[in-house]
Design a protein around this ligand. Sequence first.
Ligand code: ATR
Length: 272
Amino acid sequence: MDVYGLLGNPVGHSLSPPMHEAGYEKLDIDARYVTFEPPVEKGAEAVESAAMLGVSGLNVTIPFKQDVLDAVEPDDIAARIGAVNTIDFSTDPPTGYNTDAAGLVRAFEHHGVSLEGQAVLVGAGGAGRAAAFALADEGMTVGIANRTVEKGVDLAADVTESAVDGTASGHALDTLSELLADADVLVNATSVGMEEDRSPVPEDALHGDLAVLDAVYSPIETRLLREAAAAGATTVDGAWMLLYQGVEAFERWTGEDAPVDAMNEALRAHLE
Ligand code: ATR
């Protein structure tokens, strides 16, 4: 039996175990997905221990996504983002991936959204970094609006320096209406709207030519998505990004095409 798991602290309420185990069941893979909660300063050591114990793969979440870089060989985009959320132990040293980036792209693809033109990203934290590199690597021009402006400006400089194709710039939140006027894509990577009826974006800045992804998945329909839908925009809820980062991890670990529908069903059953 193969063992996969999630490394985080805390990990108690994770949706990854049911999502991945639905995938193993569907493909008749003899595997389990469990959660590990080491002390916060022990991320890299936990990865070394997992390797020693024969764990096949780990997802990594807060607060370990940066720390585990010391214990893996990151692929190109994980190294540029500076964070790893998926580890494959079939190589020595283990390989570190950032499937949040690919997951965001596949969530848009699932909804028929082509990532061309101008993107507006709200937020420059961990999720924001992954989104910024993902959108720029697709060739988009990315305007990053963040409460702490300097953080967005710094992220934009990192992205512009190393993106495969696109460029980025940093802005204050009060420029969002201006940024959105000609935008094709909007991503919320802040925590605004999580368990609260608030949106990080002024309602009257939303329009029908936008595709809007909210990384917040609790609630599934955030205020931002509700207002975006009312404005005629295409909406992509945060569960799609959660799903596809998991799908990307599943495929790297097993070498099989993930049973996306089964994983999606299991995930949404636990979100409702
Ligand atoms: P994550 O890993 O989920 O991205 P994070 O790294 O703590 O979490 O980042 C949280 C993001 O939400 C940041 O962009 C943060 O803005 P700051 O960089 O200014 O802290 C943003 N954020 C959190 N609360 C916010 C609020 N009330 N208004 C606007 N932005 C907020």
